[in-house]
Design a protein around this ligand. Structure first.
Ligand code: GTP
Ligand code: ZN
Length: 342
């Protein structure tokens, strides 16, 4: 509760600062503005960043499937895949991006120096993929959920390889039922069964998704099935981009055709995005990431309660009354214990 509210406020502040900076820079940017106004470029149109490479991008227009290699106005901060933009087309089908719309949300990852960098924006759901084999280690699901909650993007749990589940469902189904009880969507999938992806297709329809999860759970297999047309994957880039060298690492947006003949979905994918979840979080984000704690936060006797030994701790009381599961609370403690001191 507090987390989402806070991040909305933060987002609002960031957008405001950016708008001010943009307004300032626009004044100094008369030269390029003249070129734009001299008629070299067409009218302003909405578009979406499909892939980005430094200061140039592939932008998809709203009216057709074509992609346009675009450059950025000097006064624009960097854009990421998924950004909604305003762009103007040149006579050779290339273009220039002149503005970025406010982002609904952004997915960030630490760069080589540990600094958080945005990698994709405007995502509707993070599909956290698990498998019967390799089984998730204790509190792995919680780690992913906490990381997802910190972004404000809805997490969805996907249990893959259900063809390997024992007939009685085993422990995993019971575990996932606990998450369903918390309000999380849980989807079962198998790439080895007819119709094994029906529920997943349903969930992808009309939404922009990313897949994350540990190695070997079947992310590549799932995406191969969902995006069966290899040409669609490669062809989803402009001529210029295909010649480029960064094609394997940059995040790209794909259209996911739906065999259920409804609306298409969208997938944003890159090797970096698939590894999401390992980023550093602070104590506050971890606490806020356990959604069932939210009703109790702020109700402890001490305002700065860290929910350890303090008397009158509303969170530990709730665990004792079994209003909060002891496993989740233990998981919370373990995740905090894994934080570097300081
Ligand atoms: N039994 C079964 N095996 C599957 C299923 N989906 C994928 N696999 C197998 O699981 C193994 C790992 O699948 P990948 O798609 O490479 O997994 P990944 O998550 O992309 O792994 P990384 O590339 O290491 O991140 C492969 O041998 C797949 O054939 C499934 O639904 N059922
Ligand atoms: Zn407390």
């Amino acid at each position: 509760m507090s987390k989402r509210k806070l991040s909305r406020q933060q987002r609002w502040r960031i957008e405001k600062i950016q708008a001010e900076r943009q307004a300032r820079a626009t004044k100094h940017d008369v030269h390029q503005n003249d070129a734009l106004e001299s008629g070299e470029y067409g009218r302003e149109k909405p578009g979406r960043v499909i892939a980005h490479f430094g200061r140039s991008l592939d932008v998809g227009g709203a009216d057709d499937d074509a992609l346009h290699r675009c450059h950025l106005r000097a006064n624009l901060d960097s854009l990421v895949t998924g950004d909604r933009v305003v762009w103007r087309e040149a006579s050779d089908a290339s273009g220039v991006v002149v503005a970025r719309d406010a982002r609904d949300n952004v997915l960030e990852r630490p760069d080589a120096r540990g600094q958080l960098k945005p990698v994709a924006a405007n995502i509707d759901q993070i599909l956290i993929v698990f498998a019967v084999e390799p089984a998730p280690f204790a509190n792995l699901i919680d780690r992913y959920l906490v990381a997802a909650e910190a972004t404000g993007i809805e997490p969805v749990l996907v249990l893959n390889k259900i063809d390997l589940l024992p007939a009685d469902g085993g422990e995993l189904r019971g575990l996932l039922a606990r998450y369903e009880a918390l309000g999380y969507a849980v989807i079962e999938a198998s790439t080895r069964r007819d119709g094994g992806l029906d529920t997943l297709h349903e969930r992808l329809t009309g939404r922009t998704s990313v897949f994350v999860g540990q190695s070997g759970v079947g992310k590549s297999s799932l995406i191969d099935e969902l995006l069966p047309d290899a040409a669609l994957r490669i062809g989803a880039l402009s001529e210029d981009t295909r010649k480029g060298t960064h094609t394997t690492t940059t995040a790209r947006l794909y259209r996911l055709p739906s065999p259920l003949a409804k609306e298409d979905g969208e997938l944003i994918d890159s090797p970096g995005i698939r590894e999401f979840g390992l980023a550093h979080l602070d104590e506050r984000q971890i606490t806020d990431g356990f959604i069932e704690f939210r009703d109790y936060l702020g109700r402890c006797r001490f305002r700065d309660c860290r929910h350890r030994q303090e008397p009158g701790c509303a969170l530990r009381d709730a665990v004792e009354r079994e209003a909060i599961s002891a496993e989740r609370f233990a998981s919370y403690r373990r995740i905090l214990d894994g934080l570097a001191p300081g």
